[in-house]
Design a protein around this ligand. Structure first.
Ligand code: SF4
Length: 238
C-alpha cells in the first residue's frame, strides 16, 4: 500500500475552504467536559435536536454532572434520555462510565484525562456502548487529547471526493482510515495546534454535511465543489 501526498493537501485545502465559508464552529456545543461526554453517548444514532431534549431533561433534574449522574437511579436516567433513543442501552452505558471514573480514577475526570492517549483510548473502547467515534469525541472534546474524530459526514465527503479508495469487497472506508487521513493531513502543523485543528475540522465537516453532503449530495453552492474535479488521486492506492 503506498500513499500519495496529494489527498493530504486536498484535505487541508478542504479544511481551509470550509473555515473560510463557515468560520470557527466553537465546538463542542457544551458547557463542561461532563456535558460533552453525555452528548457523545446520547448522539449515537440520533439527531442533535433529540440530544438537546435529553440534555434539557438532565439539566432540569440536576444530572448534567458526574455527581448528578452518580445519584440518579438508572430507571430515572432512562426516562430522562428517552428523547435521544436507545435509552435502555445508553443509560447503563453512562452508569458504566461513571463507575469506571469512580473505581479507577478517584471520581475525577482530570485524573482520567491525565492518562496517556493510547491507553486511555483503549480503556474507553472497553466500556459498553463506546465505539471509536464516541471514544475519540470524548478524548478530543472532553479530555483535551489531540485525536481526530471521524463520522458519517466525513466518510461521505472522503468517498465522494475519492480521497481514499474503497478496498475491494468493502462497501465503505473504515473508520481508522478516515482518522489516519486526517492525522496525516495535519501532521506538518505544530503539535501544539493539532487538537485545535482536529476540533475545528470535525466541526466543519459536520457543518458541510448538514448543509450539503447528506444522504443526497447537494453540490451546488457547496464550499467543497471546486475539489470534485480532482477525484483521480487517492490516499491509499494498491
Ligand atoms: S455536497 Fe458535493 S461538493 Fe459538497 S462535500 Fe458533498 S460531494 Fe463534495
Amino acid at each position: 500500500m503506498k500513499r500519495r501526498s496529494d489527498p493530504l493537501r486536498r484535505l487541508r485545502r478542504m479544511h481551509d475552504a470550509l473555515f473560510k465559508a463557515y468560520g470557527p464552529q466553537h465546538w463542542w456545543p457544551a458547557r463542561t467536559p461532563c456535558e460533552v461526554i453525555l452528548g457523545s453517548y446520547l448522539t449515537q444514532n440520533t439527531s442533535w435536536k433529540a440530544v438537546e431534549r435529553s440534555l434539557e431533561n438532565l439539566r432540569g433534574a440536576g444530572a448534567l454532572t458526574l455527581d448528578g449522574l452518580r445519584a440518579i437511579p438508572q430507571a430515572k436516567l432512562r426516562r430522562l434520555i428517552q428523547p435521544s433513543g436507545f435509552f435502555t442501552r445508553k443509560a447503563p452505558a453512562l452508569k458504566a462510565f461513571v463507575a469506571m471514573v469512580d473505581e479507577e480514577f478517584g471520581g475525577s475526570l482530570e485524573t482520567l484525562a491525565a492518562m496517556p492517549t493510547e491507553a486511555l483510548r483503549r480503556r474507553l473502547l472497553d466500556l459498553p456502548g463506546v465505539g471509536p467515534e464516541t471514544a475519540d469525541a470524548i478524548l478530543l472534546y472532553a479530555l483535551g487529547h489531540a485525536v481526530p474524530v471521524a463520522d458519517e459526514y466525513l466518510r461521505r465527503v472522503v468517498e465522494r471526493h475519492g480521497l481514499i479508495a474503497i478496498e475491494p469487497g468493502r462497501k465503505h472506508i473504515p473508520y481508522d482510515a478516515l482518522t489516519d487521513l486526517t492525522r496525516c493531513a495535519f501532521s506538518a502543523a505544530p503539535a501544539a495546534t493539532h487538537a485545535a485543528l482536529f476540533n475545528e475540522f470535525h466541526a466543519l465537516t459536520v457543518a458541510v454535511g448538514k448543509a450539503h453532503c447528506g444522504r443526497t449530495a447537494k453540490c451546488g453552492g457547496c464550499p467543497l465543489a471546486g475539489d470534485l474535479k480532482k477525484t483521480a488521486s487517492s490516499f491509499y492506492t494498491s
